[in-house]
Design a protein around this ligand. Sequence first.
Ligand SMILES: Cc1cc2nc3c(=O)[nH]c(=O)nc-3n(C[C@H](O)[C@H](O)[C@H](O)COP(=O)(O)O)c2cc1C
Length: 382
Amino acid sequence: MNDFFDPRYPNSENLRHRAKKRMPGFAFDYLEGGCIDEIGLKRNRDLIKEVQLRSNLLEPFDKTDLGVEIFGHKYSLPFGIAPVGLQGLMWPNAPEILAKAAAELNIPYVLSTVSSSRLERISELSEGKAWFQLYNPTDDSVRKDLMKRIHAAQVPVLVVTVDVPTFGYRINDIKNGLSMPPSMSLRNVIQMATSPAWLYETAKAGKPEMQTLKPYMPKGMPVDQLAAFMNDTVMGKVDAESLKPIRDEWQGPLLIKGLVSESDVKHAIALGADGVVLSNHGGRQLDAGESPIETMQQIVAKYGDQIKITMDSGIRSGTNIACSLAQGAEFTFLGRTFVYGVGALGDKGGIHTINMLKKQLEQTLTQLRCPSVKDLPKYLVR
Ligand SMILES: Cc1cc2nc3c(=O)[nH]c(=O)nc-3n(C[C@H](O)[C@H](O)[C@H](O)COP(=O)(O)O)c2cc1C
């Protein structure tokens, strides 16, 4: 088992700080940004910090078990790597680095539809362990072909994201004219030139492109038409009706990602989903939206026995993971933190970040004297 851990970066903020120095500004801005005034982004962080836990100091206690069984697999830790599109723009080969680290330390890595790496490559590297996140294509033939590839790659779990009916309005991305591959504006060129490690790795890896979607993109499509292509073809206007064909075509575990309300979870159950990821896309889509951490307890109380409830948005530490599980999530995901890890430490960033979160989580549970992650709700104060 790989226990690499770089003591110079013991928390997410340390990784973020170094990643910011090493990535070109436009790539870091894309990673960091929330929607419009970033109220939702801040809310995710503020609310998770309000959760409190209480130790049982005098109860008998031996050691803690951090493993969780979900969808027929026992993972070593109760968290996974959330789908993050264009990862290779932020750090070259980030999907490869993270998928390999996740497979090695036995946690799920979720590959985004709009990844810079090919589904088949990531599936192979992760020995068939990587999950796949689908943006439901509006074009039936694209959906059918993607589903065929997902089956052929023997993806174990399919995650369908439903909270992107429109592109998030992100201020810095608008100012930066974000595109894939990056546009060669003077400002972007200067940012790339002053990020030597990123530039060197990018030169080795090749210019970032949306590899999984490439077969469906018109050849030689101008960069300025990419947003329209994504909007028209891939982002899929989803509702309960348009999700039915996916449920019919996919017999394996199906998670619906991007819900925060009781009524949407009820729809997901009616649709036959096996689980939900309560998420507001890390505050990137609806600036005035609710945070999953504030609706989760009620949702778990009402529907927790009918569907697996998992969560992301705002988690940065082992403590945040413990608090989310204490509030009733069965599993958690982190988005930005893992990209900070790779931005800061390159090839070693995936393993380091998993081990960092593990150490923090283990310390928290041991301090609580909590024997397993399943028992965490008993330690919740508020
Ligand atoms: C840069 C970036 C790109 C993202 N791309 C996707 C994506 O392609 N598909 C998806 O379902 N979610 C995407 N998300 C949302 C994440 O899966 C996850 O919900 C979010 O990052 C969790 O919040 P956190 O960053 O606070 O951990 C993205 C998030 C970020 C930060």
